[in-house]
Design a protein around this ligand. Sequence first.
Ligand code: B16
Ligand code: MG
Length: 214
Amino acid sequence: MNIKACIFDLDGVIVDTAKYHYLAWKRLAKELNFDFTEKDNERLKGVSRMASLDILLSIGGLSFSEKEKIKLAEKKNKWYVEYISKLDKNEILPGVEDFLRKLKQNGIKIALGSASKNSMLILNNLQLVPYFDTIIDGNKVSKAKPDPEVFLLAAKELNIPSEYCVVFEDAEAGIEAAKKANMKAIGVGSKDILKKSDKIIDCFKGLELNILEF
Ligand code: B16
Ligand code: MG
């Protein structure tokens, strides 16, 4: 097998934190007197915090100064952190931990490649930190997906060339970032959203290492 490293997105791949992002954004929208639907929330998946706020405010038809926007994002994050501080192992998506274990047993390196600035809190609560050889998240990169920076940095830290890396992603922008990084991309979720991926899986349940054969 050629693949030497797997890079995992967090939200939508390892855990469904999107529902907590949704609750916090909805609460902010309510405070600003407009409604924010679950369908709207789809547009925020994989998108950075400040870019998500811009999308939210455009839905509400509102504009704020940069300073005010930073305050609004902080407020949303405070609520979000409250929700995710209650996360535990039961919220790891089905099959994920078994798959991580198989990778470790077979000497395949494991990295996180997420836009979230809260990834350490989440991975700690899920008790998954020991599986990861490196954790690259929104605190370490400046360019958001579809820019490949997050995945390129993960490969660099692992000291593995891009062509030996596979990225698991649930968002179109993440798949695009993986392809720009010259990596294989496995989409987790819907065929329609993840058209550009090399392979698609519904979830990790029962997944074997032959998924890494291309
Ligand atoms: P935070 P991922 C992304 O995580 C989420 O999908 C996206 O909805 C969120 O806005 C972004 O992280 C930033 O998260 O506010 O915690 O820094 O899919 O890249 O793991
Ligand atoms: Mg994601």
